[in-house]
Structure formats: C-alpha cells, structure tokens
Design a protein. Structure first.
Lengths: 254, 419
C-alpha cells in the first residue's frame, strides 16, 4: 500500500491490485505424428484482479490453447504460471481438480451443460464437487440463477432453454463456486448478436462486482466491451492495450 | 460414496437407456441363473442318489464267503467255508477302530418261497438273525414295541420284530401285532416290535418286508450252529473301512487256512468305497456346474464391461465437463465402478431369485407327483448364494475397472473440443 500523507492522516490510498494471473515465457507445442506444431511461442502476460480481458486472434493463433492452459485443462511445455500467487506446475489430477473447482469458472462456446440435468442441478454441480450439502447447494445455485435472471427456469432441462438462456445458466454455474477467475471461451460464439449482448451485459455486471474475467473471442464488438484487449498472432502477443469499454445497453432493451 | 446424489446419478445414468440396461442386465441374470440351476440340479441328483443309501452308516462293509480259489497248506482249492461266531471276537481283538461287527444269518431272499405263517395268512419274507447293533448300521424307526436287546441274545428268546410291510400282509387292518405269534419255517416267534425303514428308491417296499430275530435264537431254531452267514462291519468315524478291510481279511484267512493271496475267497461290498465314489462324482459335477455357470456368467460380465465402455465413450464430453467443474479422478472412477457393480448385483440378484423360483416350482411339482428315482429336493444352500454374490461383486468391479480407467484417461481439454 502506498500512502500519501497529509498532516499525519491518510487522505486516500491506492491498493496495489493483486496479480490474479501471471505467466512468463509460456510455450506449448502439439506433436502430430512427425510434425510438431508450435502453438504458443513465449507468452508473457499478467492479469490483475478485477480486469476484464479479451484475448483476440485469428483461428490458430493459440488463443484457445492459452485459455486451456490458464484453465488447467492443458499443461504448458515450458514457462511459469501463477494463479493467485500459487504456482501451477506438475499438479496431480486430484489437486488440479480442486484448483479448478476453487479458483476457476468456465464458460464455453457450446455451453457444455449436462443435458439430463435441470438448470438448477447444472448450476449446483461445482458445489456438489465441493462437498456442499444438498439443501445449501440448491439454495446457493438458486441465488445465482436469480442473478442471471433465470430463477423461473430452474427446473427446465437445457434443451428446453434458448441458447442465450443456456449460456446464462453456464455463467451461473461458473460463478456458483465463487471462483477467482472466470474463463470464457468464445462465450457468444454460438449466439446471435442480441443474445450475445445480453450475455455480455451479464459478464460486464459480474466484472463490475470485481470478478476477474478472461474472454477469448474473435468478434471485435465483443472484445470492445472488455477493458483490455490482448491480440495474439502465431503464438505471440502482438498487441496488449487498455481500451475504453463499450457498455451494453440496459436490460430494458434486451 | 453412498450418498443420495451418487445414487441419483447412477439411476439417472442407468435409466437413460432402459432397453440397453435391461439387455445388459439379462446377460448377468442368465449367467447366475444357469449357475444356480446347475448347482441345484446337481444337488437334487446327489440328494436322490444319497437317499438310496438311506441312513445306513456309510463307513460300512458287508462281507460274505465265496469259493476258495487257491490250494493252501495241503488243502485243495474249490472248498467252501463259513464264518464262525468266534471270528467276530477275533476281528475285534486284532483290528483297531472297529465300531460295530454284526454277524448275520438270513432266511429267504428275493423271490423266495413262503416261509412265514400266521393263521391263514402266509408270506415270503427275509428273516434275519441279528445282534442289537444292526439298528445302528441300518437305521430303522421302531414304530411300536422294541428292538432286539442283549437279554434276547443271551437267553435266546424267540422274539421277532416285523416290518410294516409284514404287518400289512399278515394282520388285519388296525390289528395290534404285539404279543401275537408268527411261525417262521415252522418255529413260533412272538412279535415284540414293528419297524419302518426310511430308505426310498427301488428297494423301499422290500425293505419293509423283513423280520428281525435275535442271532442266537435264529442259529438254534434254524440249525446254524456257530456258523455266520455274513457280516456287516462298521469302522469308527475317524478311519475308513476301505483301509481297514485288508486287515480283517487277513484275520479271516488265517483263521480259516486260506492262502494269504487268495482274493476270491472272501466277497465283500464296500459301502464306503461306493459312497466315496459317488461323493467324488458329485464333487466333479459341482465343479462342472461352477465351471459352466461361471463361464456363462463371465459372458454376462463381459457384456456389462462392454456397455460400460460404450457408456463412458458416450459420456466423454460429460466427463470432461465434470472434470472442468472440479470432479476428481476418483469421483469419476467411483461413479463408473459403482454403476457397474450396481448393475451386476441387481441383475445377479434377479437371476438368483429367478433360479430360486424355478427350484421352488420344481420342488412343488416333485412333491405333487411323488418321489422320482435318483432326484429329490434340488436346492442351493445359503453358502452358494453368498458365493455367487461375492462372485458378482468382484466381477462387477472387474467389469467396471477398464471402463473406469478409460473414463479418467479422458483429458478434459479433448472432451470439451467443440468440433
């Protein structure tokens, strides 16, 4: 903390924001038969608490690979990765599962809800893996469903909901475990622009509450609704800049 | 591991494709059903055959005399000889672990002429001169009165114990035979008891048509002197008559001046040997039943394993999602294993129940239609059922093991690929 003192009393202070994600010199290559595909070629990248970062790039630029590594779904060949100050390296599957559950929330392009479970059960699933009691779990899941405006749809199965609704359920699920970081892989990729904005509005409002969020996208308008854009090309960051966030229109419009 | 959510997930997974689940379960059901039925049929056959032995002490040998086949000490071959009553004591003195040695004499026999008379009724019956111990070797229920005792032997009382079959052919219905006289080969005996033998099978009717009188009275009344027709010898429970009988033969051969290597002079029927042969046969049958049943079961198990593999494949994506949400490998593995064990046990129990039902039905039919030769009361004991259950649980584990390994080999990132 830095204090600016005036007559012995703090007038204001600036909190040095915690580095949520810190990666250094990250390399990843896929071996396919005799060919080796070098996807990430030394990425250095830091995300502080409360940031809303868009990772952009054409397909094959390595953005999804980066997100998978950040999500501990994949492991880097080389380089360091700290999540909330904890080194993520050579984790056993059990620890990785716990970290994923505690620190990360995932939102996927194809929603990845479990088809035979209701919206509420889907949202409660990460809590189940935390070992939370049934009642408590359902109560909490309900709160998050309310938050994304789907409380009335709690008992519906994913195939009874629209794409936008499904993605909102997925966001509620990602939030339910109160993760440090939300990772979204093309969250609007399967949605039309109206529902895309609806989803982005929710993401922005979560971010306003202080949640750190990373979004992989190739859509410019979506990227500009974030606070910072990281451009990837051929496995390296070519541009990393803060932008003026475009706010989505208020809910009455949607 | 056994919380409500787990079971809900299992039921959801299994009920998501009912038809397939039922078909798969049928494989195991059929296997365990075959196993149970085979074992029960084997048991039924065993019960049937062993019932023919009745309650006869199976550690018993019957021994009679035959023509001597080797010249010895100046005596020619082709002689005949008889056991003497003193042989009994000699065997007792020289051979260890003898439980009962019953010398017997006999009148009549299968298809013999009428030899017993009471008033106007006559009949052809087997008449035995016996010692009291014979009732231990060939058990019978004394339905009225008493059996032979040593008082009868010592005083050579002319008493008789008649079978229920004798009673029905010599007496009016409802008449009490006790205290009445019957004439056996012209000699009067007083009836002091009636018996009924429990044996069944082909001889069961003949078995009730016998008359037992004291050995000493028999010898005197029918001029047998000190000769003995044949002997029923039972060894102590710990030792087998099959091993002891050579010693008995040696004693007899020595006392009757028979060549030690003359195997044809003494005829014998070794019940224990027959019995052990049958025991071995049924043991083999049981092994075959287990073998065949287990193989059939195995194909059912493989079916379950196969389906679990498919289920895991189908749910690759779901497993990936769960992994991303924080499912540990063990919770995934446990889920697959529990599903497989659950399916195996449920279908196995149904197979056992179905088997039990069929056995019950067979027993009902057997009861209704009367005894069948060589087959009675097919059954499986609780031990077999428990063994089957253990086999089921273990095989359920095995069936689930490979699919469970496959399930955790799924990398979340591969499972979640959108393409």
């Amino acid at each position: 903390m830095n204090f600016t003192k005036e007559s012995g009393k703090p007038r204001y202070f600036v909190i040095e924001l915690i580095k949520m994600i810190e990666i250094k010199d990250l390399h990843k290559s896929y071996v396919m038969g005799e060919n080796s595909l070098h996807v990430l070629k030394g990425i250095d990248f830091t995300v502080k608490e409360g940031e809303l970062v868009a990772i952009m790039g054409s397909s094959g630029s390595g953005k999804s690979t980066l997100l998978n590594i950040l999500g501990m779904l994949d492991e880097a060949d080389k380089g360091s990765y700290y999540l909330d100050g904890k080194p993520i390296k050579n984790l056993s599957e059990k620890i990785a599962a716990r970290y994923r559950n505690k620190f990360l929330g995932f939102v996927f392009q194809s929603f990845n809800l479990i088809t035979y479970k209701s919206a509420l059960e889907n949202v409660a699933m990460p809590l189940y893996y935390q070992g939370m009691k049934r009642n408590e779990r359902n109560k909490k899941a309900m709160r998050y469903l309310e938050k994304v405006g789907l409380a009335d749809w709690a008992t519906h199965l994913p195939n009874e909901l629209s794409g936008g609704q499904n993605q909102r359920v997925a966001i509620a699920r990602a939030l339910a475990s109160e993760p440090k970081v939300l990772l979204a892989d093309e969250p609007t990729g399967a949605l039309d622009s109206t529902t895309s904005y609806e989803v982005m509005r929710i993401i922005q409002s979560i971010n306003d509450e202080g949640k750190t969020i990373l979004i992989v996208t190739h859509e410019d308008d979506i990227a500009h609704m974030c606070k910072r854009i990281v451009n990837l090309r051929d496995g390296v960051i070519i541009k990393d800049s803060k932008i003026n966030q475009v706010r989505t229109k208020s809910a009455t419009h949607v | 591991m056994f919380n409500r959510d787990r079971w809900e997930e299992i039921l959801e997974a299994l009920s998501s494709n009912w038809f397939r689940t039922v078909l798969t379960a049928f494989g195991v059901l059929w296997g365990i059903f075959i196993l149970v039925i085979l074992l029960a049929a084997g048991k039924g056959l065993e019960n049937g055959v062993k019932a023919d032995f009745g309650d006869i002490a199976t550690n018993t040998m019957f021994m009679w005399t035959q023509t001597i086949s080797k010249p010895y000490k100046g005596l020619p071959k082709g002689r005949r000889f008889s056991y003497k009553i003193s042989d009994v004591q000699a065997i007792k003195d020289n051979v260890p672990n003898m439980r009962f040695i019953s010398p017997r004499n006999q009148l009549g026999g299968f298809g013999g002429s009428n030899n017993v008379v009471r008033g106007l009724n006559t009949g052809a019956f087997n008449v035995y001169g016996d010692y009291p111990e014979i009732i231990e070797q060939q058990p019978m229920d004394i339905t009225s009165g008493r059996f032979i005792n040593y008082g009868d032997i010592d005083e050579k009382r002319k008493i008789a114990i008649i079978g229920e079959g004798v009673k029905t052919s010599l007496y009016e219905f409802g008449e009490d035979p006790l205290g009445t006289y019957i004439k056996i080969n012209g000699v009067n005996f007083i009836v002091v008891g009636t018996y009924k033998k429990k044996s069944q099978g082909g001889d069961s009717e003949e078995d009730q048509k016998e008359i037992y009188v004291p050995f000493t009275s028999f010898s005197q009344a029918f001029n047998r002197g000190d000769r003995v027709g044949w002997m029923a010898i039972t060894a102590e429970d710990g030792s087998s008559i099959t091993q002891l009988k050579e010693q008995i033969f040696d004693v007899i051969k020595q006392r009757h001046t028979i060549h030690p290597e003359d195997d044809r002079a003494i005829g014998n029927f070794d019940l224990y040997e027959q019995y052990s042969r049958i025991e071995r046969l049924f043991f083999a049958l049981k092994i075959i039943a287990y073998f065949v049943g287990t193989l059939v079961l195995l194909s059912g198990i493989i079916g379950i394993s196969n389906i679990m593999l498919i289920v895991v494949k189908e749910r690759t994506k779901e497993i990936g999602i769960r992994r991303a949400l924080g499912a540990t490998p063990w919770s995934i593995r446990g889920q697959v294993l529990l599903e497989s064990i659950f399916l195996t046990i449920i279908s196995g129990m149904m197979g056992i129940s179905l088997g039990a039902l069929v056995i019950y039905a067979i027993n009902k039919v057997l009861d209704a239609s009367g005894p069948v030769d060589m087959f009675s009361n097919p059954s499986v004991d609780i031990g077999v059922v428990i063994t089957a259950l253990i086999i089921l649980i273990v095989s359920g584990l095995f069936a689930g093991f490979i699919p469970a390994q496959n399930a955790i080999k799924v990398k979340p990132v591969d499972a979640l690929r959108t393409e």
